[in-house]
Design a binder for this molecule. Structure first.
Ligand code: SF4
Length: 357
């Protein structure tokens, strides 16, 4: 089922009220003060920042400058697990904090705000999802990383967008039928590409669902030399006209490897920080979200990722109450099994999830 419009409106209002409460127009001096405060806190608490590609450039830059990482959700969790820091500051959305905690139960996992969620996670509540699984016992349950710990615990496989296709092909070769959740666009893409028998849960990412094929074609008319890079959470009409479809890290890789000097990018604009870093001489344009049927609920900028403000990052170690991620150990143990399956599968492909993510 899709996330109900009412629920989405409520979440949107919550995000807007949160963002309105953060002081704007921060000057450069204040920014440096905040960054110095964060650096001192990280050192004092043996902590490291683990940030997602979709967070603000200043967060990504600070994570890198302080020895943390900027990556996709799984590599964030793997980096956090392998890093010697005792505390992980996860700048991303809640399921990323949960995944980090599941992989690293002995570390403290903090987030600038626990209100940062995801429409895919919100659109796949465990009770309804469990009933859906019960109604289709003949199918292997494959869930995307963008789900709660409880949904992961109900699954046979957890996948990232980088490895979803490989897993679906493997299951199809072994005559397995798949129940896929929660992103319908990614599920449909995997079904089309792999030929696997896949029953798809009806969820969507409010950021990627907004990209419009017509708007992209119009932009391409103005910039005919530009290649289109699209994340598979985008609608099929967008993927059909893309020169490259891939996960966040695959998009960055494609931008460096393709000969084009210009790209139209259909994913959250937070990725532009890393794209520009990886290919400083190339030009990147945001894929349009305007056009027929547009609501511009996100405009290529995830509202929940935007909640990871520098101000909150400065507070998280000073006032950690209400910002720590806890996952029930029994639930974490069950969720770890499909996560482990994915990690082993990735290793057996001799690709490593990192390289393909
Ligand atoms: S960009 Fe989409 S999938 Fe990613 S956290 Fe935001 S709502 Fe979820």
């Amino acid at each position: 089922m899709s996330i109900a419009d009412q629920k989405l409106r409520e979440i949107r209002e919550q995000v807007q009220s949160h963002l309105a409460s953060v002081p704007k127009r921060r000057d450069a001096v204040h920014t440096v003060q905040l960054e110095d405060r964060i650096r001192a806190q990280l050192k004092a608490h043996n902590a490291v920042i683990v940030a997602h590609y979709y967070t603000a450039p200043e967060i990504q830059a600070l994570a890198e400058a302080t020895g943390g990482c900027v990556s996709d959700s799984l590599e964030m969790a793997r980096f956090g697990r392998d890093h010697p820091a005792e505390t992980l500051i996860v700048a991303g959305v809640r399921f990323m904090g949960e995944t980090a905690k599941i992989l690293t139960p002995n570390k403290r996992v903090l987030m600038p705000t626990l209100e940062a969620t995801c429409s895919l996670d919100e659109g796949c509540p465990i009770d309804e999802f469990s009933a859906f699984c019960d109604a289709h016992p003949d199918r292997d349950v494959v869930v995307y990383a963008n789900t709660s710990a409880a949904v992961k615990a109900r699954a046979d496989w957890v996948v990232t967008s980088s490895i979803a296709l490989d897993v679906a092909e493997y299951l199809a070769e072994n005559d397995k039928k798949v129940l896929w959740a929660p992103d319908r666009h990614l599920g449909d893409y995997v079904r089309r590409e792999s030929g696997a028998d896949i029953l798809v849960w009806d969820g969507a990412c409010i950021v990627h669902e907004e990209f419009k094929a017509k708007g992209i074609l119009d932009l391409k008319h103005v910039h005919p030399e530009a290649a289109v890079l699209a994340h598979p959470e985008s609608p099929a009409s967008v993927l059909e006209i893309a020169d490259h479809v891939g996960s966040t890290t695959q998009i960055i890789k494609a931008a460096t490897e393709l000969p084009n000097e210009k790209f139209i990018v259909a994913t959250d604009q937070g990725i532009f920080y890393k794209l520009q870093q990886a290919a400083p001489d190339k030009t990147f344009l945001i894929a349009p979200t305007a056009g027929e049927g547009a609501t511009c609920r996100s405009c290529a900028n995830c509202p929940w990722m935007a909640m990871n403000e520098l101000e909150l990052l400065a507070e998280v170690l000073e006032r950690p109450q209400g910002r720590e991620i806890f996952v029930d150990p029994e639930l974490a143990e069950r969720a770890m099994q499909p996560l482990d399956r994915m990690l082993s599968f990735a290793q057996s492909l001799n690709t490593g999830v990192v390289g393909r993510a």
